[in-house]
Each structure stands twice: as C-alpha cells, then as structure tokens.
Design a protein around this ligand. Structure first.
Ligand code: GCU
Length: 383
C-alpha cells in the first residue's frame, strides 16, 4: 500500500530526518497585529478567535451550526452482540433545515451494570468492515472492554453524513442541508460534515437521562482523528478529544513535509479540506499557521494524541512536536502542568500530563486495543 500512497504525491515522500526543513513556525502567542498574548483574556478574546478563523478558512472549512429541528427515534435492526452486558440503542437522528431533511444513524451501547448517568465515548468510524453496530475482535471499537469499564459508548459511520469519495461526498448533508456551502473556498467539506455528525450525536447525549454528557470523549483514528480535532475546536462540549495517528492535516506539523504532505493529501482527498488548503500545496511555509496551533483551540479541555512507530506516512515525530509545542497554551495560558520535558527520540513510555497526553507504540497504522488501553489510563486521570 506504500506504492498506492506514493503515486499520489508528485514527489517521493521524504522519510529522511536530515531532509526535513529547518522549522520556522508561526508564533502561537503573537496576534496578527503583533500583540504578545499572555493572559486568558487576550487568548480567548483575541488570539484564539484569530487562530480558529485561520484554520476554518485555510485548512478545514466551515462547520455550519444552524438547523431548524432535530429529532431522535429508535430502530431495532441489528441485534445486540452483548445482551448481557449492555443495551443497544440504534438511533435515527433526523435534522431539518429550510424544508430539507437528513437522517443519520448512531449506535449507542449503555452498560447494564452500575448506575448511570454514564460517561460516554464516541468513535467516528469510517472503515467499511466495521460499519455501524458490527464489532470486531481487533479492538478498533472495543465495545465490550469499554462497557466493562463503566462507559457508555457510541459510534456513527462517517458515510451516513457525507460519503468518503471525491465523486459523491456532497451527497449527504452538504447538498441536502447546506447547499449554499458548495463552491465556497472556505465552505463545508467532508471533515466538517463528519464533525457535524459528531455534534448531532452530542445533541442526543445531552438529552439522554442515562448519559453524563459533561464526561464525554471524542475519538477518531487517522482521517477521523483529524476530524475529531477540528470538531472539538468547534464544539466545546467534548471533555476529552483523542486523535490516533491523525498525521498530515491533523496532529503533524505540515512544515516538516515528512511522509504525507499537504500536496499529497489534497491531491488524493480533495474533498476533505477547504479548497483554500490547496494554496499551500508545496508551499507549506506560506501557511499562516501550523498544526501546533490546533491543540490550543481545544484547551483547556483535555487532548490526547498517539502514534505508531512504523506509521511514517503520518510522521510520528511531527505529531509529537505538534502536541508538545501546542501544549504551551495549556501550561502558559491555563496554568496546567502540561510541559513536555522529553525529546521525541528519548521517549520511553507514554507522556501523561495535566489535560494533555501522548503515547507511541510499536507497529503499524491502526487503532488497536493497546492504544485504547493506554489512552484509558489518561481518561481515568482527566475525566
Ligand atoms: C490515507 C491518508 C491519510 C489518512 C489515512 C487514514 O493514508 O493519506 O491522511 O490519515 O488514509 O485515514 O487511514
């Protein structure tokens, strides 16, 4: 599959640390007018809104927040794989806007033992083989383990909101509910649509008597890890946001150009990001931001990244740098104990700080039980 990635870049991906450009990153704490930002007031009043708008317009595109009506109804179609442990709610979420309707499906497992309301973990799924309520043994969505640990857990498939294809991504909420977004250089694209789906899941959690929506965790892997980060930047209702191996356009610094580049991702997935993002194909140095500014949009709420050693395409070191530099918002603005002390090359285990955490494991690009297990230790400390 390495070959299939490489044909999408005009140039070979770089995996040589010696060829990574010397980094000169935009300063998180200098406003566009040149003001040094040191207080919570200036961060929340000036700098955070500036950075948010830059990501919205130059990287991800808008997530529209308005609609006319939302309603929930329960279906009973799949069959519960864990009837002893959990009850399964198959929820049809129906949203109306300007006389048009879109319905999406959410699957929610609630523990049968223990007393609610339960903390909830939402996974944005995109893998066809794990569609909807169907589970897998490999741990991508470890429902049984999560239920046994006292969590409610839910998932929706990204394609129930927007298909994951260049030809058809608009055939979901984009053409139905938000057609005026089409063609705007900073308009709604697939990541924004998937994030919108996560927000509608949260709408369901908020009105559910058995869910403690204040204790909510948003999880995404790879393309949906990128989505989870942008979603949480838009929606402060998520207490913890976890992006596993989210790589280019997610955790990793674009200016490193290690593994997947802005050009490679925009060529292969032109429907994921705002059209404006293409301006930076092979011109990463002209970006008015970099991905180290993304965690700050989630602060002071908790954020967690993880990498896999062999997942060079996602640039593990770039992911770690993005988080460790971004964590300055947590420590310097919000006074958290969130300073990273260790160089990437010196890491020997997970780094779990106050509201910010990271781990890297051996092996390939995937979300596996080992990732969940280590992440859940962080959840225990931070939820
Ligand atoms: C591709 C893509 C990545 C993405 C990954 C995934 O490899 O280039 O950006 O993260 O798919 O979603 O698994």
């Amino acid at each position: 599959t390495l070959f299939s990635m490489e044909i999408y870049s005009q140039t070979e991906p770089n995996y040589d640390e010696n060829k990574v450009p010397a980094l000169s990153l935009p300063d998180i704490f200098i406003s566009q007018k040149g003001k040094l930002i040191q207080t919570k007031e200036d961060w929340e009043g000036i700098r955070r809104p500036e950075i948010f708008r830059l990501f919205e317009s130059e990287v991800y595109g808008t997530i529209p927040k308005d609609f006319d009506e939302i309603s929930f109804s329960l279906a009973n179609e799949t069959g519960n794989p864990y009837p002893e442990l959990a009850s399964l709610e198959e929820v049809n979420i129906t949203v109306n806007r300007n006389g048009k309707t879109h319905a999406m499906r959410l699957n929610l497992f609630l523990p049968k033992s223990g007393k609610g309301p339960f903390p909830v973990i939402l996974l944005i799924n995109y893998l066809p083989k794990y569609k909807d309520g169907k589970l897998n043994e490999e741990g991508f969505w470890p429902v049984k383990e999560l239920i046994e640990r006292g969590f409610a857990t839910a998932s929706f498939h990204a394609e129930t909101v927007a298909p994951d294809l260049t030809e058809s991504y608009q055939k979901g909420i984009i053409s139905t509910l938000y057609p005026e977004q089409i063609g705007k250089p900073d308009g709604l694209k697939a990541f924004g649509a998937w994030g919108w789906g996560a927000m509608r899941a949260m709408d369901y959690f908020e009105q559910h008597p058995q869910i403690d929506s204040k204790k909510s965790v948003l999880v995404g892997h790879s393309r949906t890890g990128k989505t989870a980060l942008w979603t949480s930047a838009n929606d402060p209702r998520w207490a913890i946001t976890y992006a596993n191996e989210s790589g280019c356009g997610g955790a990793a610094l674009s200016r490193r150009k290690y593994g997947e580049t802005v050009e490679a991702i925009n060529r292969r997935f032109p429907y994921w990001f705002a059209d404006n993002f293409r301006k930076y194909n092979d011109h990463e140095e002209e970006l008015p931001l970099d991905q180290h500014m993304l965690p700050g949009l989630i602060a002071p709420r908790a954020v967690y990244y993880s990498s896999a050693r062999e997942d060079r395409w996602a640039d593990p070191k770039g992911e770690y740098l993005g988080l460790s530099l971004g964590s300055r918002v947590y420590s310097e603005i919000y006074g958290k104990k969130a300073e990273f002390q260790t160089e990437f090359e010196q890491l020997t285990g997970p780094v779990h700080l106050e509201s910010v955490g990271y781990h890297i494991r051996e092996g390939k690009h995937d979300l596996i039980w080992e990732d969940w297990r280590i992440f859940l230790e962080f959840v225990k400390e931070n939820l």
